[in-house]
Design a protein around this ligand. Structure first.
Ligand SMILES: Cc1cc2nc3c(=O)[nH]c(=O)nc-3n(C[C@H](O)[C@H](O)[C@H](O)COP(=O)(O)OP(=O)(O)OC[C@H]3O[C@@H](n4cnc5c(N)ncnc54)[C@H](O)[C@@H]3O)c2cc1C
Length: 462
């Protein structure tokens, strides 16, 4: 029997029927979920009571934040209750001396960025979904984004967590400490667990001094190897102030210009690749000059074919529009098969070459749109359908293309899921590439924390 959730969270916070629709649809349309109910607790105490009631009734639970995940991790299978964190939206404390922010899991990422800025600080996690994803979701997927090169993944930004465990107990690990070697560091089990070990209800996050100077450039390149040389030179010349380093292929720029409102190619010639490089520092002065000098040198050596440095906030936004518009443009171009892979940064050019040759040989006409976080070695190796191809027929090649790309990436010691997680989408892939020892350890951790297997079943683990 379904527990009386309304008695815990109030009748307005238990949704059923068509009211559940936004919680059941997933971003890419790959999965359509259904649920027993959607429950929206407003406090940690309410989350704990809802989880306890589910555990006692043997009902599965699917934690959900902003529902922007790209692997189906937040999609319920009909026998589960969705527990949405959207009402857990309070900032509990900001300590600008300790450089920490304590927030509830349902806070929208952009709200936390703004709260940090109000205190002249920076919370550096930044991704295109920041206006709707929630910090508990970011933590549970160990989100990456565009500033990993400088500040690390979400895991590196979390100092403490509060988690409701699958039996309803609350683990209060909300410690704002930068040093704490008292046994196993439990918070790291929950970061990136995609809701399979418990529900994150609050967190302590690291803040940083707010940047006072920023220098952003788009650079036209002959090939990706040139981008790596420019990145290394910019890191050295700027006191390691490079915050973002993104790579975009010719086709990515072209699709953006074609499909994304306001997107404009800043160059006159159709260069094979472009990179977006951004430096930032809390100490004003000198960054622009450092970047200019690195680019002048790169132009002289033929590593850069052309370069544009943003001279205003508007120009900076216009350059970012080209990078951030690529997924939207690809969507409008028909079917796309996605890969979120990482290799050692130094090996990205080799990976691009090998994967491109292999998929083009297997599927003539396929259009490789490989873009993304070059500075982290993380490339979204996406494939757009051949021009005029049938979308459905193309998408039927999803698994075959995955196999080709992932086998090459694994052969290079890389990862088949760099930042988006496993969810339902990549369970088989993860099982194929992880060692039996690793898989066994993961299963034993899951069983120890969630012996009934009620927390987000069917996700992550094979
Ligand atoms: C346009 C766009 C751009 C994106 N760019 C990036 C990017 O650059 N880098 C990147 O890493 N990702 C990116 N993503 C993916 C997505 O935004 C991130 O994975 C984000 O961190 C998910 O947050 P969410 O609140 O939407 O989580 P949801 O989608 O709601 O949930 C994701 C997973 O976390 C679990 N979960 C959610 N909240 C909790 C909680 N409180 N406790 C326990 N488990 C929980 C869910 O069960 C699910 O398994 C992008 C997505 C979009 C749509």
């Amino acid at each position: 029997m379904i527990p009386d959730f309304a008695a815990i969270v109030g009748p307005g916070n238990v949704l059923s029927g068509t009211d559940m629709a936004p919680y059941l649809e997933e971003q890419r349309g790959l999965y359509q979920g259904s649920a027993l109910a959607v429950v929206r607790p407003g406090s940690t105490k309410e989350v704990a009571a809802v989880v306890r009631a589910c555990a006692q009734a043997g009902i599965a639970m699917v934690p959900q934040g902003g529902n922007t995940g790209l692997c189906g991790g937040g999609v319920p299978d009909g026998r589960a209750v969705v527990i949405s964190t959207e009402r857990l939206n309070r900032i509990r404390e900001i300590d600008s001396v300790n450089f920490t922010l304590t927030a509830e899991a349902g806070c929208v990422l952009s709200t936390l960025q703004a709260a940090a800025e109000d205190l002249d600080c920076l919370f550096p996690l930044a991704l295109a979904a920041e206006g709707s994803c929630r910090i508990g979701g970011n933590i549970s997927t160990n989100a990456g984004g565009v500033a990993v090169l400088r500040y690390g993944n979400t895991r590196d930004l979390v100092l403490g967590l509060e988690v409701v465990l699958p039996d309803g107990q609350v683990w209060n690990g909300l410690r704002p400490l930068r040093k704490d070697n008292t046994g196993y560091d439990l918070k790291h089990l929950f970061v990136g667990a995609e809701g399979t070990l418990g529900i994150v209800t609050a967190c302590v996050l690291k803040l940083f001094p707010r940047p006072r100077e920023m220098a952003t450039a788009m650079v036209a390149l002959p090939d990706p190897a040139a981008a790596l040389s420019i990145l290394a030179a910019a890191r050295a010349a700027s006191g390691d102030a490079v915050t973002a380093c993104e790579l975009i292929p010719r086709i990515g720029v072209d699709l953006c210009v074609r499909h994304v409102a306001g997107a404009r190619d800043p160059f006159d010639a159709p260069h094979p690749w472009v990179m977006l490089i951004e430096l930032s520092s809390s100490r004003p002065g000198g960054l622009g000059e450092a970047l200019e000098s690195v680019l002048a040198d790169a132009l002289e050596r033929g590593q850069a074919l052309d370069a544009v440095i943003a001279e205003s906030g508007e120009q900076r936004k216009a350059l970012w529009r080209i990078r951030e518009g690529v997924p939207e443009a690809q969507k409008k171009e028909g079917g796309s098969i996605k890969h979120d892979v990482a290799v050692a940064t130094s090996r990205v050019p080799e990976m691009l070459e090998r994967c491109t040759a292999a998929v083009e040989a297997a599927l003539p006409g396929v259009r490789v749109v490989a873009f993304g976080h070059l500075g982290d070695g993380n490339i979204h190796f996406n494939l757009s359908q051949p021009v005029n191809a049938d979308k459905q027929t193309f998408l039927e090649a999803w698994k075959a293309m995955n196999r080709i790309v992932h086998d090459i990436v694994a052969d290079m010691g890389g990862s088949v899921s760099a930042e988006h997680g496993i969810g339902m989408l990549k369970i088989e892939e993860m099982a194929r590439y992880k060692s039996p020892v690793e898989l066994d350890l993961m299963r034993r951790i899951k069983t120890a924390i969630d012996p009934q297997g009620l927390m987000n079943p069917g996700k992550v683990l094979p």
